[in-house]
Design a protein around this ligand. Structure first.
Ligand SMILES: C[S@@+](CC[C@H](N)C(=O)[O-])C[C@H]1O[C@@H](n2cnc3c(N)ncnc32)[C@H](O)[C@@H]1O
Length: 441
């Protein structure tokens, strides 16, 4: 094997041909055999890449700072914070919406191929809207300079950095709901939100990918309930350490009570798209009077779908670890006596639930459900497993486990629920593979 030449240093600028898009919002390029993950680039482009991270014997990271040969669907990013060294909240603002969806489709297809051995075409569907002003919830940080207004105030973090990108009415975050940046610019963190910042402590300038938060920075959730694009939204703020108010979100003809700082789909059209996709996925397989589970159920958005499918003679069990969410789910599902709400972690609750279920819907956090849970679900032999996934790598891993356990991926829909970013929401449907023995067969 050729030896890697570790001659790249942070700050170096090199001319590179940009290769395929990869999971994580960057493209892959090579410099004398060494892999460089390049932000702000598009596959097939050529340009000058500035190296931002270089570890001996490993891959590097960089940002495209000068384009020599552009993709035809490259556009000039409208946000002033979207630039080399700038905000890390968006990844694909330099491409048309159509090209962004192609990139996301390529990532989902690649993760399914690499992790689950599946070769299938993927289409990412656009949601209504122009791709800006859609984020009904953000969690932003307050920089140490916010108190004396000596530097950037409150906003998202810079790419792969703890640094805060201060936003305001003149330089707003363009994906956040209208009005959020103006509200953020006027905020001052309450003393209770300072989680142990030492007086006089200097900002930590490590670039560790933002995986660990600088713990002393106060964070604030801004929530624009009922965002639908027609009006400037009312913005509710909740600082870290505080408990937020309950707000109302509407999906079709149903209202849901949600904690302002609790989980809810952030794109105003996502809840409708997901509930329709789940309805479609269980339509022919979940009988009236049947039993269904909604795992990682939040405040009951998808339990409601399952209650409608099984009707009053059926039963639907929601499992969710956040007790504030389950208290609200009880209220949201009060009109469905067939709904049972369980507060607990899925991994602890599975053995205690009524079963076996005809259908299981699961919507785990980014890390996915994992091997144990996928294997346990498959062993119960449901007619259908519907997996709502916000991370394509977790989807790929869990699809592989389900396949080993006898469940094949029969349908996949993907939605552009996070325009301008690398993120994508998938709804995957699995049925018992033909010829496999499941508990219900
Ligand atoms: C992606 S959200 C889905 C919520 C809901 N399905 C919806 O569409 O609104 C994931 C939910 O799983 C919950 N959660 C995370 N880990 C969990 C676990 N181990 N067991 C149960 N719930 C968990 C979180 O609190 C969160 O509400």
């Amino acid at each position: 094997m050729a030896e890697l030449i570790d001659d790249l240093r942070v700050g170096d600028e090199v001319e590179l041909e940009i290769g395929a898009v990869a999971h994580g919002g960057h493209c892959v390029a090579r410099h004398e055999g060494r892999v460089v993950f390049v932000r702000l680039a598009l596959p097939g482009e050529r340009g000058i890449v500035r190296i931002t991270e270089a570890r001996p014997g490993s891959f590097c990271r960089g940002e495209l700072v000068h384009v020599l040969q552009a993709d035809p669907q490259r556009v000039s990013a409208p946000c002033r914070h979207y630039r080399p060294g700038g905000c890390g909240g968006c990844d694909f603002q330099h491409a048309t919406g159509e090209r962004q969806r192609e990139l996301k489709a390529a990532v989902v297809a690649e993760q399914l191929r690499r992790l689950a051995g599946l070769d299938r075409p993927v289409t990412v569907e656009a949601l209504p809207g122009d791709g800006f002003g859609w984020r009904s919830r953000v969690r932003w940080a307050a920089s140490p300079s916010v108190l004396d207004r000596s530097g950037p105030g409150i906003g998202p973090r810079a790419a792969r950095s703890h640094q805060v990108v201060g936003v305001d009415g003149d330089q707003p975050c363009l994906i956040a709901a209208p009005g959020m940046s103006e509200v953020a610019a006027g905020l001052t963190p309450p003393p209770s939100a300072h989680r142990g910042r030492r007086p006089g402590a200097q900002p930590d300038r490590r670039r560790d990918g933002g995986r660990s938060r600088r713990p002393e920075d106060p964070e604030v959730t801004l929530c624009a309930p009922g965002l639908d694009g027609s009006d400037a939204a009312e913005v509710v703020t909740v600082w870290s350490g505080q408990s937020g108010p309950v707000v109302t979100e509407t999906v079709g003809d149903r209202d849901f009570q949600v904690a302002a700082d609790g989980f809810w789909q952030v794109h105003p059209a996502a809840a409708v798209a997901l509930t329709r996709a789940v309805t479609e996925a269980v339509a022919d397989v979940l009988p009236a009077g049947g039993l269904a589970w909604d795992l990682y159920g939040g405040v009951g958005l998808l339990t409601e779908v399952l209650c409608r499918a099984v009707g009053p003679s059926g039963e639907v069990v929601l499992v969710e670890s956040d007790s504030r969410a389950t208290a609200l789910a009880e209220q949201n599902l009060a009109r469905h006596p067939q709904a049972e709400v369980v507060t607990g972690r899925v991994e602890h609750a599975l053995d205690t639930l009524p079963g076996p279920p005809h259908a299981v819907v699961l919507d785990p956090p980014r890390s996915g459900a994992g091997r144990e849970i996928c294997r346990s679900l498959a062993a119960l032999g449901p007619e259908v497993i519907v997996y709502v996934a916000c991370d394509p790598a977790a989807l790929g891993r869990d699809t592989a486990t389900l396949a080993e356990a006898g469940y094949e991926l029969t349908a996949l829909r993907a939605f552009d629920a996070f325009p301008q970013t690398q993120h994508v929401e998938c709804v995957a449907t699995y049925r018992p593979a033909r010829g496999s023995a499941t508990a219900s067969s």
